[in-house]
Design a protein around this ligand. Structure first.
Ligand SMILES: Cc1ncc(COP(=O)(O)O)c(C=O)c1O
Length: 417
């Protein structure tokens, strides 16, 4: 079985991580070195995760309670929780199948209470920002780029006109260090307040990071082809749902007391590991992913923008569970469940219909550079043109299409989102 879970970290990096846990002292130097390994400019800070960084932005801004924060309609649930935790109202902005913001939805979502728009660059893509920025500036909104899924270059500062850009190095990300994030903040005042808040937070302990290393070392072992197949078989024999287990194992933080877990500074060994990853990451892996993606696109008749880096490969199909099962019986651990969510609409006029529709029809393939061409070809041959939803059907004007199809979660009651 080609297991979906593959951590983008080598055994050598994991061993180094353990060594860094044992190496005493050097915190101030580790912070400086990590920052400079990313950027020579003094415009970034390194919190424990993107979620921690986003929380820091909101802590520093102190927006009036009841202010609205616009979010790309597809995001991870914790981003929504963080907004709510600050007494703010999360409002979805509709996105298409490539995570592009639908501008009419953005304009409809803005009210006098709106203060910020958070644009997620999804699946390894790059959401176009020029128009979003122009609209945001007209309404005096701050623009935050969520680049958690789109890292492809050390030192990236994303769109030069955005206010904040956030990159994640959590467990399932490209070049993971099993945690850590980079937050680029344009305003020196905002950055200074965030640094002050971050420096007053408790520090993640070395023991806590060492436990994380143990957990993900075990997971790396279990995600090999043979061990992974046996592991899946064992989990299912014991009556558990492998997808739920997989999603919860790679979770950066436990479900309880999210904010306490987020409000910690990264430990010294994590800072050292981040620097090591940025200095020695093999970017040919991303190039390979892109070649695989282009080839797969051609095989199934899809296309992606030039800048797409194929972090994951979502396919939008009429019957996600049926196609998923077909792939699974051929040895491919596809899934139609992911850790993301569609942000709930605050009122009927601001429902993200496109995001809801595509999320009900998405299937993710196992996807990593180690997969040989013939395996990628075989996977493509299992997806028929009739399985796919045509591009124009993703658009928000698809009421008849929506009515004609039952979403994935309705058809597969055994494994609800
Ligand atoms: C779109 C998006 N935003 C934010 C996050 C959170 O990143 P982190 O785990 O660094 O907090 C993720 C994590 O998967 C993500 O996919």
């Amino acid at each position: 079985m080609w297991i979906r879970l593959r951590l983008d970290i080598g055994w050598g990096d994991l061993v180094r991580g353990f060594f860094y846990c044992l190496k005493p002292g050097g915190r101030a130097q580790a912070v400086e070195r990590a920052r400079h390994a990313w950027s020579e400019k003094d415009d970034v800070l390194i919190p424990l995760s993107v979620r921690s960084g986003f929380d820091l932005v909101l802590r520093a801004l102190q927006l009036p309670p009841g202010s609205e924060v616009l979010l790309s309609a597809l995001t991870v649930p914790d981003m929504v929780r963080i907004v709510e935790f600050h007494g703010l109202i999360p409002v979805p902005v509709d996105t298409d199948e490539n995570g592009q913001i639908i501008l009419t939805s953005l304009c409809q979502a803005i009210t006098p209470q709106t203060r910020m728009v958070v644009v997620a660059h999804l699946f390894g893509g790059c959401a176009a920002l020029d128009d979003v920025l122009e609209i945001a500036r007209r309404h005096n909104l701050m623009v935050v780029e969520d680049c958690a899924q789109s890292f492809h270059r050390v030192g990236d500062s994303a769109h030069r006109a955005s206010d904040v850009a956030m990159f994640s190095f959590g467990p399932i990300k490209t070049a993971t260090a099993l945690g850590g994030a980079v937050i680029r903040v344009s305003s020196p005042e905002l950055r200074a307040s965030m640094v002050q808040l971050l420096n007053a937070d408790p520090i993640q302990s070395r023991a806590s990071f060492a436990r994380r290393l143990v957990r993900f070392t075990a997971l790396k072992f279990l995600s090999g082809r043979l061990a992974g197949t046996l592991f899946r078989w064992l989990v299912e024999c014991l009556g558990y749902d492998f997808d739920s287990l997989a999603n919860s194992v790679v979770k950066g933080f436990g479900a309880s007391d999210l904010m306490t877990q987020l409000r910690r500074q990264p430990s010294t060994p994590l800072l050292r590991l981040l620097r090591r990853r940025w200095q020695s990451y093999n970017f040919a892996r991303i190039e390979r992913r892109i070649r695989m993606g282009r080839h797969f696109d051609a095989r199934i008749g899809q296309s992606h923008a030039e800048a797409y880096s194929y972090w994951v490969y979502p396919v939008y199909v009429r019957e996600p569970v049926t196609v998923r099962d077909r792939l699974r019986s051929a040895g491919f651990d596809a899934t139609c469940r992911a850790r993301m969510t569609v942000v709930a609409a605050v009122d009927e006029s601001r429902v993200p219909t496109s995001a809801r529709f595509i999320w009900g029809h998405v299937m993710f393939l196992p996807w990593y550079p180690e997969m040989p061409d013939e395996v990628v070809d075989k996977m493509a041959s299992l997806i028929a043109p009739a399985d796919l939803i045509a591009a124009q059907q993703h658009k928000p004007t698809h009421t008849s299409v929506v009515a004609g199809l039952r979403p994935c979660h309705e058809r597969d009651r055994r494994s609800p989102e």
